[in-house]
Design a protein around this ligand. Structure first.
Ligand code: AMP
Ligand code: MG
Length: 437
């Protein structure tokens, strides 16, 4: 086993430089916020860019601002099926009968200029004829025979029901900022600008493995005293959702040579490495020792539950660096640590604009026990109560090994550091798991 610590790249501060700036820094009693800030500061985003067709760009991170080269819409157009007219003809607010001098469909144009006392039948999305600035919906008009319609008094004001050129996006404006993780509507927006492909950050490569002699992989027999390795599967799902390329390195036993080989190969292959297990207090294995021997690593105890131990830093092998997150082994702790430390860190590494997970305040249906002096992440079910008001309740037993509590949940209840017990009816912050798009 090698014990030489490679020199940190000169351009970036060491983890120690960063944590020494935290007031009251104590590796054995870090707050969640301190740990998040230190991780954020230590991580340098990757710089490699590639071009992809917009349809392949979902969840990718934009590498450049997208500037609109056209006005969207490209011309003033109608928001309704109806009649386009001159606003001055209805400015007085009185009923008026106008002569219908033509009609225009979406995708077509009305040639000529509409004169006072005239109007043009117009469909939604059709360009406004010259001279017109107002549309009255079809259903408000009455037929006045021989190519004429009557408009009732006071039902339309000048400028109504007209969409202005460039009101969606003006030419030269930033349509989407660099760092945006593209959502379906963003892809639609790109298409609306006529943009076929975009520059995105390359995908992150993330390697992960589980540590522990007691772990068996799916498909193997479960020997006495052993458990199936679930963390790799949860991590695989969470990393895939983040849009990472994943390298699943399987289970590595508590064996120094095997662990060192696994850390080195992960580091050589990936931008980030995630392991679970072996970082707890008094862990009877070599994981921490080997992590420390390979680079700039810190071992924190964080004032949180679940997920107290966390190893974080950067390791190096054969001249290649990778950020390393050593998560605790307990399955719920893995999910929580990933959600509140790793996720944000990977997005930052991928070049995404920083965006906190949205929190919503809702009332809790029942008392929640909570110890002041640590942040607690309890698993919740958000659902309507008898009156239809959305309230949150716990999923049941909250042990950090009880993965079902996570599977049953549809949100995490985030109970702040300072807070004590929560009474029924008090508001709590939640982070909802599933979004609309
Ligand atoms: P450790 O952090 O290694 O002390 O592990 C804490 C607990 O989590 C132990 O009960 C382990 O058996 C369990 N554990 C560790 N890794 C995994 C895993 N990959 N899948 C399921 N349980 C695990
Ligand atoms: Mg272990």
């Amino acid at each position: 086993m090698t014990h030489t610590v490679p020199p940190a790249p000169t351009s970036t501060p060491s983890l120690n430089d960063i944590v020494s700036c935290i007031s009251g820094y104590d590796p054995n009693a870090m707050t969640v916020t301190q740990a998040q800030a230190a991780i954020r500061e230590f991580i340098q985003p990757i710089a490699a860019i590639e071009k992809v067709a917009i349809r392949s760009a979902l969840s990718r991170v934009l590498a450049q601002d997208i500037i609109s080269r056209i006005d969207v819409p490209a011309h003033d157009n109608s928001a309704m099926d109806g009649y386009a007219l001159r606003g001055t003809d209805v400015a007085a607010g009185a009923a008026v009968t106008l002569k219908v001098v033509g009609s225009v469909h979406a995708g077509a144009r009305f040639d000529g200029e509409v004169q006072p006392g005239q109007c043009v039948r117009i469909m939604t999305g059709a360009p406004m004829p010259a001279g017109c600035d107002t549309v009255i919906p079809q259903e408000l008009t009455t037929d006045a025979g021989e190519h004429a319609v009557t408009l009732p008094a006071g039902r339309v004001r000048p400028g109504d029901n007209r969409r202005l050129r460039g009101e969606d996006l003006a030419m030269g404006s930033v349509a989407l900022p660099r760092g945006r993780r593209l959502r379906p509507s963003d892809i639609g927006l790109l298409a609306s600008l006529g943009i076929p492909e975009v520059a995105v950050q390359r995908r992150l490569r993330v390697a992960f493995f589980s540590t522990g002699d007691e772990l068996r992989s799916v498909g193997e027999a479960l020997d006495p005293g052993c458990v199936y390795d679930s963390n790799r599967y949860t991590l695989h799902g969470m990393l895939t959702r983040l849009g990472c390329d994943v390298i699943d390195m399987g289970v590595v036993g508590d064996d120094p040579a095997a662990l060192e080989a696994a850390f080195r190969s992960a580091c050589e292959e990936a931008d980030a490495v995630i392991t679970s297990g072996g970082v707890s207090v008094g862990a009877a294995d070599y994981t921490k020792q080997i992590m420390a021997s390979l680079g700039d690593m810190m071992f924190w105890k964080i004032a949180m539950r679940p997920g107290r131990p966390l190893a974080f830093g950067r390791i190096r092998s054969k001249g290649r660096d990778a950020y390393l997150f050593g998560l605790p082994g307990n399955p719920v702790a893995v999910t929580v640590s990933f959600s509140f430390f790793v996720r944000d860190a990977l997005l930052h590494l991928a070049g995404a604009e920083p965006k906190p997970l949205p929190r919503v305040r809702v009332k809790t249906a029942a008392t929640i026990r909570k110890k002041a002096g640590r942040t607690e992440y309890q698993r919740g079910i958000l659902a309507p109560d008898d009156t239809g008001a959305w309230t949150v309740r716990l999923t049941g037993t909250q042990g950090s090994g009880i993965l079902r509590s996570m599977s049953d949940a549809n949100c995490i209840i985030e109970l702040e550091h300072e807070r004590g017990d929560v009474a029924a009816g008090e508001e709590v912050s939640i982070v909802i798991f599933d979004g609309l798009i």
